[in-house]
Design a protein around this ligand. Structure first.
Ligand code: FAD
Ligand code: NAI
Length: 465
C-alpha cells in the first residue's frame, strides 16, 4: 500500500459506483470515488429513476382525480395542476437522496474526488489537478442518451429534449411526440399524457417495449392506446426542424416509403442509452471497448487489465440501477478477496407506468428456443383485490420448463407489478418450480395471489377462473 494513495478508486458515483465505494470502505479498504457531477448518485438519483418516479407518482394522482377514478371510489374532486409545485417535490426528492449519499460517504470514510477522471497509467488517474494512484480502479461511468442524427436535442430550449429535459418541461405540451416506445418513452410519455398532453410515440420496430415478453408487449400496447397514447409503429424519424416553440418531424415507414410530417410542441428523443467512456483515456490504461462501446469484463467484473474492474451501464447487460448496485457490491467483495456474484439470469425489469409492467428471466419466446415450456396465466380481472380496487387491466404469466417445472420467467402487467416481481425473482433465485409457488400460502386479498394462481395454471389448476 505504501506507494498507493488508495486501495480502491471508483470512477463514477451512480448506483454502481457509490455502492461499490461504500461496500469497499465497509470491508476496510481505503477508498475514494471520483465524480464530476455537482451531486452524488449518478444518472439514477439526479436525472433518472428518482425524478422520473417523483413525476410519475404525482401525475398518477392527478390523472386519477381527473379521469374519474377517484369519483368511482366516491371521492369527488376537481384537480387543478400546480406544475411548479410538482416540479418542486421532484427536486426535493433528488436533493434529499443525493445528499443522503454524501452523508453515507462521510459516514463510511469514502473520499469524494470532485472532477472528471482520466487514466494517465493503468493504476493512475487524474481528477482535476490531482493525480492519484490506486491498487484497484473500478470504472462505473454509466451511460448517456444515444443521439439521433438530424434531431438535435436542446434541453434549454425545451422543444426537442432528452429524458433530462422531459423531466423539467415548464408547461404541459399540447402535443408531445416521443421517438422510441421503450421504457423512457412510455414512462415520461405517461407523465405528460396524464397532465393533459396528446402523446404520439414513433417507434422503429413493429411493437413497443423491446425485450419484454411478446404477450405483455401486445397487451401493454392495447392498454396504452385505451389511455390515449397514439403509436406509429414500424416508422422512422428522418429529420426535425424547430421554429420558435414548435417542431416539425419528418417520418417515413421503417421499410422505406412515402414520408409525412408531424407537428409537435415538444419532442422526446428516447432511443436508448450508450456507455460513457469518452475522455477516460482508456488507452493509457491499455483498455479497449467492444463494438458497442462497452467495457468487457469476466464474471468477477475484472477487465482485461489486472487491477482494473468495471460495473454498471458501462459494461454489457441491462442498463438498470439495481443491476449496477448488485455489481457494485460484488466487485468490492471480489477486490477484498471474497466471492462476489451477480446472477445475471435473474434481474427484474419494471416499467413504472399505470399499470406497472414487470418481468424477470426468460420471455416465453426465449424459453421456447431452449426447449419445451409450459405456461400459466391469470388475469388481474379475476384477482379479488385488483377488482375491488378498480384495477382490472393486466395479467400474470409464469413460464416453466415442461420437463422439470422449474420457473424460467415471470411476466406481468398489474398496478403493483414492480413490487410483485420481487417475489418471482426470489423464487427463481432459489430454483423454484411453479408448484413451489402454487403451494406457497399467499395472503388474501392481495395482488400477489395472481402470481400464485398463474403458477397453479401452469399445471391447469387455478381456482378463480
Ligand atoms: P450512472 O448512474 O450513469 O452514473 C455514472 C456516474 O459517473 C455519473 O454521475 C457521471 O457523472 C459519472 N462519470 C462519468 N464519467 C466520469 C469521469 N470520467 N469522471 C468522473 N465521473 C464520471 N433504472 C432502474 O433500474 N429503474 C428505473 O426506474 C430507472 N429509471 C430511469 C429513468 C431515466 C429517465 C433514465 C435516464 C434512466 C433510468 N434508469 C432506471 C437507468 C439507471 O439510471 C441506470 O441504469 C443507472 O443509473 C446506472 O448506474 P451506473 O452507476 O452504471 O451509472
Ligand atoms: P429502450 O431501449 O428501452 O427503448 C428505445 C426504443 O427506441 C426501442 O423501442 C427502439 O426500438 C426505439 N428506437 C431506436 N432507434 C429508433 C429510431 N431511430 N426511431 C424510432 N425508434 C427508435 O431505451 P430508452 O427508453 O431510451 O431507455 C434507455 C435505458 O434506460 C433502458 O435501457 C432502460 O433499461 C433504462 N431505463 C430503465 C427504466 C426502468 O427500469 N423503469 C426507466 C427508464 C430508463
Amino acid at each position: 500500500m505504501a506507494d498507493y494513495d488508495f486501495d480502491v478508486l471508483v470512477i463514477g458515483a451512480g448506483p454502481g459506483g457509490y455502492v461499490a465505494a461504500i461496500r469497499a470502505a465497509q470491508l476496510g479498504l481505503k477508498t475514494a470515488c471520483a465524480e464530476s457531477r455537482e451531486t452524488l448518485g449518478g444518472t439514477c438519483l439526479n436525472v433518472g429513476c428518482i425524478p422520473s418516479k417523483a413525476m410519475l407518482h404525482a401525475s398518477e394522482y392527478y390523472d386519477q382525480a381527473a379521469n374519474g377514478s377517484f369519483a368511482k371510489l366516491g371521492i369527488k374532486v376537481k384537480p387543478e395542476l400546480d406544475l411548479d409545485a410538482m416540479h418542486g417535490q421532484r427536486k426535493d426528492a433528488v436533493k434529499q437522496l443525493t445528499g443522503g449519499i454524501e452523508f453515507l460517504f462521510k459516514k463510511n470514510k469514502v473520499e469524494w474526488l470532485k472532477g472528471r477522471a482520466a487514466f494517465t497509467a493503468k493504476d493512475t488517474v487524474k481528477v482535476g489537478e490531482r493525480e492519484v494512484r490506486a491498487k484497484n480502479i473500478v470504472i462505473a461511468t454509466g451511460s448517456s442518451v444515444t443521439p439521433l442524427p438530424g434531431v438535435e436535442v436542446d434541453n434549454a430550449k425545451g422543444v426537442i429534449v432528452d429524458s433530462t429535459g422531459a423531466l423539467e418541461l415548464a408547461k404541459v405540451p399540447e402535443h408531445l411526440v416521443v421517438i422510441g416506445a421503450g421504457v423512457i418513452g412510455l414512462e415520461l410519455g405517461s407523465v405528460w399524457r396524464r397532465l393533459g398532453a396528446k402523446v404520439t410515440c414513433v417507434e422503429f420496430l413493429d411493437q413497443i417495449l423491446p425485450g419484454f415478453d411478446g404477450e405483455v408487449r401486445k397487451e401493454a400496447n392495447k392498454i396504452f392506446k385505451k389511455q390515449g397514447f397514439e403509436f406509429k409503429l414500424a416508422t422512422k424519424v428522418t429529420g426535425a426542424a424547430v421554429k420558435g416553440k414548435k417542431a416539425t418531424l419528418t417520418v417515413e415507414p421503417a421499410a422505406g416509403g412515402a414520408s409525412e410530417t408531424i407537428e409537435a410542441d415538444a419532442v422526446l428523443v428516447s432511443i436508448g442509452r450508450r456507455p460513457n467512456t469518452d475522455g477516460l483515456n482508456l488507452e493509457a490504461a491499455g483498455l479497449k471497448t467492444n463494438q458497442r462501446g462497452q467495457i468487457e469484463t469476466d464474471h468477477d467484473f475484472r477487465t482485461s487489465v489486472p487491477g482494473i474492474w468495471a460495473i454498471g451501464d458501462v459494461i454489457p447487460g441491462p442498463m438498470l440501477a439495481h443491476k449496477a448496485e448488485d455489481e457494485g457490491i460484488a466487485v468490492a467483495e471480489n477486490i477484498a478477496g471474497q466471492t462476489g456474484i451477480v446472477n445475471h439470469d435473474v434481474i427484474p425489469s419494471v416499467v413504472y407506468t399505470w399499470p406497472e409492467i414487470a418481468g424477470v428471466g426468460l420471455t416465453e419466446e426465449q424459453a421456447k428456443e431452449r426447449g419445451p415450456v409450459k405456461t400459466g396465466k391469470f388475469p388481474m380481472l379475476a384477482n379479488s383485490r385488483a377488482k375491488t380496487n378498480h384495477e382490472p387491466d393486466g395479467f400474470v404469466k409464469v413460464v416453466a420448463d415442461a420437463n422439470t417445472d422449474r420457473v424460467l420467467g415471470v411476466w406481468m402487467i398489474a398496478s403493483v407489478a414492480g413490487t410483485m416481481i420481487a417475489q418471482a425473482a426470489q423464487a427463481m433465485e432459489f430454483g423454484a418450480t411453479s408448484e413451489d409457488i402454487a403451494y406457497t400460502c399467499h395472503a388474501h386479498p392481495t395482488h400477489s395471489e395472481a402470481l400464485k394462481e398463474a403458477a397453479m395454471a401452469v399445471t391447469g389448476k387455478p381456482i378463480h377462473i
